[in-house]
Design a protein around this ligand. Sequence first.
Ligand code: 2BA
Length: 108
Amino acid sequence: MKLIIAIVQDQDAISLIDDLTEENYRVTKLASTGGFLKSGNTTLLIGVEDEDIDQVIGIIERNCKTREITTSLLNMTIPGETYIPYPLEVKVGGATLFMLDVEQHIRI
Ligand code: 2BA
């Protein structure tokens, strides 16, 4: 068994969870915050049998879209100590996935 940790955009999370649960996969949804943009995203914990990994990745691919986000993270320093926010285009995933081997899975 593997534990998939999937970081996805909030906009994609509900449809992704619906599709996973329709296929009888169990999912835990955590509210998370991206370190770079400092804005909300969603982290899903999905415990999956090894033979189902490809199907789950397919469901994630179908639901999670790449988006261009304009942010103003960078500041330009102007003489006289004025700071002007500098627009920055960032391409935010699809999804970021981590696969962990599960040593034991117990449901009581
Ligand atoms: P954020 O950290 O808010 O990052 C949002 C997007 O900003 C990233 O999209 C990437 O395009 C860009 N970005 C992040 N760090 C950057 C940097 N140091 N310099 C330039 N651009 C940077 P994604 O790569 O699709 O990541 C989406 C979210 O997935 C991230 O949100 C973070 O919450 C998570 N994530 C991505 N890689 C991770 C990793 N190696 N470890 C933990 N979390 C990760």
